[in-house]
Design a protein around this ligand. Sequence first.
Ligand SMILES: Nc1ncnc2c1ncn2[C@@H]1O[C@H](COP(=O)(O)OP(=O)(O)OP(=O)(O)O)[C@@H](O)[C@H]1O
Ligand SMILES: [Mg+2]
Length: 225
Amino acid sequence: MEDIEAREFSKKILTIQEEERHRISRDLHDEVGQFSVSLGSALNIIEKEISRRNFDAALRLIQDAKNILTETTKKIRTLFIDLRPAELGMLGLPSVLRELFAHYTKTYPLNIKFKENIGRIHIKDEVAITLYRVIQEAFNNIVKHARAKNVKIDLLLKQGEINLSAEDDGVGFDAEAFFKEANVNKLGLRGMRERVDLLNGRFLVQSKVRNGTKIIVTFPIIEES
Ligand SMILES: Nc1ncnc2c1ncn2[C@@H]1O[C@H](COP(=O)(O)OP(=O)(O)OP(=O)(O)O)[C@@H](O)[C@H]1O
Ligand SMILES: [Mg+2]
């Protein structure tokens, strides 16, 4: 019985990993690939304009090309952050999260408020990794969809439970409708929910159009040392 459960568990983990690879390759193709194509064609036009001595037009195009490059660099940095295994064991979850938030405030016009009472309390590795991944995907979604100005992250230990909430003041969406429809190209929220379910946590998304989005995750068992 236990064997079957363990096999199911590793099968689910493998599925989550495959889905993540699928999303990373899709993002590389759709966003970074797209940017390099536009950059290439901008350079071709600049070359033509210069050979015709249309320097003003060329200068304008160079500015466009620089903007394209800035966007590409942002996207690549964010993809790296997604890929890098966080040094959770060494630094503890709050420090690693602060680094992640520093990346986001540097790269995007976001104001992030972070409240935590974990300090150096040790959280079980799988739980810490899942919390980190949930926050990471919450931010992916915030910069991709929310058009938010403010994000509030609370990570609070209370009566043996750990509560995470990530709230933005962006455009929101119909969360109920989203979970009813099947969409193989939108795996972020489902992936979060699956990871949390696997560790017997609770996962909730509260969102309404024009009313921001809030993700709440709770884990019951905390290992302290
Ligand atoms: N913070 C948010 N603000 C506004 N809309 C959101 C937010 N988070 C999610 N959404 C909406 O919910 C949908 C599902 O999100 P999900 O993360 O599952 O997929 P995705 O971001 O579109 O694709 P993927 O995560 O696979 O790259 C999004 O397409 C978007 O419409
Ligand atoms: Mg997403």
